[in-house]
Write a protein that binds this ligand. Structure first.
Ligand code: HEM
Length: 416
């Protein structure tokens, strides 16, 4: 039986924070192995890297999620005991609820709401000296996501709510003030969502069937029970917050347009859907999710390595997207590589891999791709702008990361 390579560090928790995104990839390269072991938060963790390992990780018969996500991530990013931590029939039933919101007509409604907001903001930006795209995109996405979900949003609260959704995401990899801001944002957001769920159930807030608010408020689990108000609030937010998080990818897409100007012309080519190739490469090339975790369901072996029941297992998302066995010249931004991509659910995993319904793959992947395409085409042709000197570097030791300036635009002019 082969021995698992062990990282010599007594505990790697601080190294994860110090090294950030490349932590797992650095080790898989150093050990020249797709599997190795570390100590994390005082516990043994088996680390996996690459498409073959991703196929193992996304086999729901082998892993569970209950107990796999640290409390500090749940109290900021996704909420305590949400869908991300559920298994078996309970997960399946709740995932069906999320996937029902991703039907083409529902996605189309969101895209129309977003298109309206981009136009509106473009005219506002004409009056501004300096536009920070990341902040503005958060507001645009927040307005459209709330309208799409059936959640009323008053004009005076737009900025606060948009920042709060952003801070929940920003808090997941942070310690100290960043973590604390994330927690504070989450408790404010959950309180707001609880009031929405209560009002819908009391009949004082009319809401259209098919919206996220209606669907979550009236969703019944496998036992035929409504979710308790707190759980419903968390899951409603799990349909809205990640839409606002697309602002991170949109900011990276703006950076890519700026750094690779030949794509501006190619994106106008009517013969090919360049926007699709472009946004797929943005999701591969730029960092967002560092890794995902699960626990071993029952003892099993893989390639002779033992996976004892209850062991924490981490899958390297960041590194799998830049491994040259699957991605030729991975450090080159090259959208055309996606012409040849075979569509495997295991090598291209920026939002998780495997199956949507039976596994934990991101429910919002189609929305993410469509919203990014729309934003890229808008930035390319819906406005003209200058990009003044600024710090566009992004720090890989910070999770999540972003171009430092948030992507500043000046002299914005709407073309439409
Ligand atoms: C799950 C990333 C956008 C809803 C996930 C997972 C990742 C992820 C890494 C977990 C995969 C796993 O545990 O194996 C992202 C990124 C996004 C994004 C980077 C871009 C901003 C969205 C959107 C929505 C959404 C727009 C919905 C509107 C969900 C839900 C889950 C999930 C409900 C839980 C799925 C489950 O546990 O079965 N996402 N996501 N996400 N995402 Fe996303």
């Amino acid at each position: 039986m082969p021995e698992l390579i062990r990282d010599p560090s007594l505990d790697s928790t601080l190294d994860v924070l110090r090294e950030g995104y490349p932590f797992l990839y650095n080790r898989s390269q150093r050990f020249d192995s797709d599997i190795f072991q570390i100590q994390l938060m005082g516990m043994k963790a088996i680390c996996l890297h690459g498409a073959e390992a991703a196929e193992l990780f996304y086999n729901p018969k082998l892993f569970i999620r209950k107990g796999a996500i640290p409390r500090r991530v749940q109290t900021t990013l996704m909420g305590i005991d949400a869908i991300q931590t559920r298994d078996n029939g309970e997960h399946r039933c709740r995932k069906e609820m999320f996937m029902s919101l991703m039907e083409p007509a529902s996605r189309q409604r969101l895209m129309s709401l977003l298109a309206e907001q981009w136009q509106r903001y473009a005219h506002r930006w004409e009056q501004m000296d300096r536009v920070v795209l990341f902040r503005e995109a958060q507001e645009i996405l927040c307005r459209a996501a709330c309208a799409w979900a059936g959640v009323p949003l008053e004009e005076k609260e737009v900025r606060l709510r948009a920042r709060d959704f952003g801070n929940m995401v920003d808090g997941f990899g942070g310690v100290g003030p960043r973590h604390w801001h994330g927690k504070q944002a989450r408790s404010r957001g959950e309180k707001w969502m609880r009031s929405i769920i209560r009002a819908i159930r009391k009949g004082t807030l009319p809401v259209q069937e098919g919206t996220a608010a209606h669907t979550v408020a009236w969703y019944r689990d496998a036992e035929g029970e409504l979710l308790d108000v707190q759980m419903a609030a968390i899951e409603l937010m799990n349909a809205i917050r990640p839409i606002v998080a697309i602002s991170t990818y949109i900011t990276f897409a703006a950076l890519a347009l700026h750094e690779y100007p030949p794509y501006r012309q190619l994106l106008r080519d009517p013969a090919e859907d360049y926007a699709e190739l472009f946004v797929q490469e943005v999701r591969r090339y730029f960092p967002f999710t560092p890794f995902v975790g699960a626990l071993v369901r029952e003892d099993f072996t893989w390639h002779g390595f033992e996976f004892p029941k209850g062991t924490m297992v981490l899958l390297d998302v960041y590194g799998t997207l830049r491994d040259e066995r699957w991605w030729q010249d991975p450090e080159v931004f090259w959208p055309e590589r996606f012409r040849q991509w075979q569509g495997s659910p295991y090598d291209f995993i920026p939002q998780g891999g495997g199956e949507y319904l039976t596994g934990h793959r991101c429910a919002g992947e189609w929305i993410t791709i469509e919203a990014m395409k729309q934003a890229v085409l808008f930035l390319n042709d819906g406005i003209r702008y200058d990009v003044p000197a600024q710090d566009l570097s992004y720090d890989l030791t910070r999770m999540p990361t972003l171009p430092a300036s948030g992507f500043v635009m000046t002299e914005v002019r709407a073309t439409g």
